[in-house]
Design a protein around this ligand. Structure first.
Ligand code: SAM
Length: 226
């Protein structure tokens, strides 16, 4: 099944599921929100890659009510949920159904955000995308990526997987949803090592590159264009 169909099929329960599957989801978004250095009244331009139902954009919008957003995603129905979420602000939100590996953006941005999406790409694609994102940004600009991290050793990979499964089984009563998520993770996740992801960001020209927050297999990556 193509990845957009897998996510389109999940829209009825997606937001609720993410909170159960990643109980630290709120911390991740709060940390990312704190890292944006612009004054809150600034009308910043934001690009959200793999925006899904718009959860990350929602957190940025709460801090930056004058911001303008372009949300990009392969899954049209996921973006449909985002459109309903931001329906009261048609002047500030635009949407593009498409693949961010090959999009041409209409202008540059102050902030590029992405959450739980880039880990679907291969190592080489991530590397290329980080170069593209550097080009999408103005100077100064900032890239915030909340994303998955591959454990360095078998022990760590097993620890991350077991911890995730334990949390999900504690929080989600539906065996079907748990099974679907395991299948999505197995089929589409291509997590990369922490050191590699940091190295590719630096190689793309970013400065102040860091994984500012990390909880087992998920981190908040900061990268700035100075
Ligand atoms: C796990 S969801 C995350 C959605 C949202 N960012 C969030 O945090 O809830 C991953 C999203 O990335 C999208 N996606 C994956 N690869 C993509 C690509 N190459 N171009 C555009 N969207 C992509 C999927 O369609 C899906 O909506």
């Amino acid at each position: 099944m193509p990845i957009d169909q897998a996510f389109n099929d999940s829209i009825a329960y997606y937001d609720d599921w993410m909170r159960k599957a990643l109980p630290n989801y709120a911390d991740l978004f709060r940390t990312a929100q704190e890292l944006v250095p612009f004054p809150p009244d600034q009308a910043i331009d934001v690009l959200d890659l793999g925006a899904g139902t718009g959860l990350f954009s929602q957190h940025i919008f709460e801090k930056y009510p004058n911001a303008s957003f372009l949300l990009v995603d392969l899954a049209e129905k996921m973006l449909g949920v985002a459109k309903r979420r931001f329906g009261g602000h048609p002047q500030q939100f635009a949407y593009r159904v498409g693949d961010y590996r090959s999009i041409a953006v209409p202008h540059t941005f102050d902030l590029v955000i992405s959450s739980l999406s880039i880990h679907h790409l291969s190592d080489a694609e991530k590397r290329d995308l980080f170069h593209s994102i550097h080009g999408f940004l103005r100077t100064p600009g900032i890239f915030l990526n909340i994303d998955q991290i591959r454990g360095e050793t078998d022990y760590l990979r097993d620890l991350y997987w077991t911890h995730w499964l334990t949390q999900v089984r504690r929080n989600e009563p539906s065996q079907k949803r748990i099974q679907e998520s395991i299948e999505r993770r197995t089929a589409y996740d291509r997590d990369s090592l922490l050191a590699d992801q940091l190295g590719w960001l630096s190689e793309a020209g970013f400065v102040n590159v860091d994984c500012v927050y990390k909880n087992f297999f998920v981190g908040v990556f900061l990268a700035m264009k100075a």
